[in-house]
Design a binder for this molecule. Structure first.
Ligand code: ADP
Ligand code: ADP
Length: 223
């Protein structure tokens, strides 16, 4: 599994605003870390830097010893945002297969079908997104992200727009999936609930600019 190392990360935007101010973090391979902090503190900026979508102003990130962009090129880094971004004219199955296509990986129908079953959407392959519920679309987005068999899975407020019941259900179903896949998972959230349900480690960030306030392991079995 791929470890993620963030060293001395600072992000200052062109307008002079500092979003991230000196973050040092080592995320062990195969684990799930929640980056928890108030809205606007710089969580997404930090996640975007880990995804290679944003360059740090100072400091650097390596994933399994490589820069994030190298993993992106290999299709071994997947990102899922709060908006599932499913293409409305494609079926569920085509949308999930698209993850591999975009990463320029060969089609792998067996993996796609298995993932659809695993996220509980077995009977819905031929449906279009508009016919699915919000929770089902969110499951689909995560299946699409996992379809490339990524070594790193980055989730930005993955259940943010869903009702509490659906979130609880997804929180039960999905983490075993990415843990089983061996993906090093980082999720960004402003919800303590979501962090506790999904992660085995919670990194608490300060209000902007983001700094690490606390680093808390989540016990696996608590009543
Ligand atoms: P969070 O994900 O914790 O809500 P973000 O990382 O999205 O926070 O944003 C942190 C701060 O950086 C916010 O104040 C946001 O307005 C600002 N910000 C984000 N992107 C840019 C940008 N490209 N240029 C200037 N400021 C930005
Ligand atoms: P949940 O995550 O709790 O399943 P969703 O938002 O995904 O909630 O689903 C909303 C509605 O769609 C529910 O009524 C649920 O019964 C139905 N639904 C979701 N997934 C399936 C499925 N795999 N088979 C049948 N019905 C489903």
């Amino acid at each position: 599994p791929a470890a993620i190392v963030c060293a001395g990360l600072v992000k200052r935007f062109d307008n002079g605003m500092t979003a991230v101010d000196g973050i040092d973090l080592t995320l062990a391979g195969g684990r799930t870390t929640a980056l928890l902090g108030p809205s606007g503190c710089g969580k997404s900026t930090l996640l975007r830097m880990i995804a290679g979508l944003e360059e740090p102003s100072i400091g650097g990130i390596t994933i399994a010893g490589q820069p994030p962009a190298a993993l992106c090129r290999q299709g071994s880094l997947s990102v899922a945002f709060q908006d599932p971004c499913l293409l409305p004219w494609l079926t569920l199955r085509q949308n999930i297969a698209l993850g591999r296509k975009l990463a320029r990986l060969p089609a792998d129908p067996a993996t796609v079908d298995r993932l659809i079953d695993l996220v509980g959407l077995g009977g819905f392959q031929q449906m279009r997104p508009a016919a699915l519920s919000g929770g089902m679309r969110q499951r689909a987005a995560i299946a699409r992200a996992l379809a490339t068999r990524p070594r790193v899975l980055l989730l930005d407020e993955p259940f943010g727009a869903l009702d509490a019941l659906t979130r609880r259900q997804l929180a039960q179903d999905l983490p075993p999936l990415w843990r089983h896949a061996g993906a090093t998972t980082v999720l960004v959230t402003h919800s303590v609930d979501e962090a506790v349900m999904l992660a085995d480690r919670i990194v608490v960030l300060s209000p902007r600019p983001a700094r690490v306030l606390a680093d808390i392991p989540v016990p696996l079995d608590w009543p």
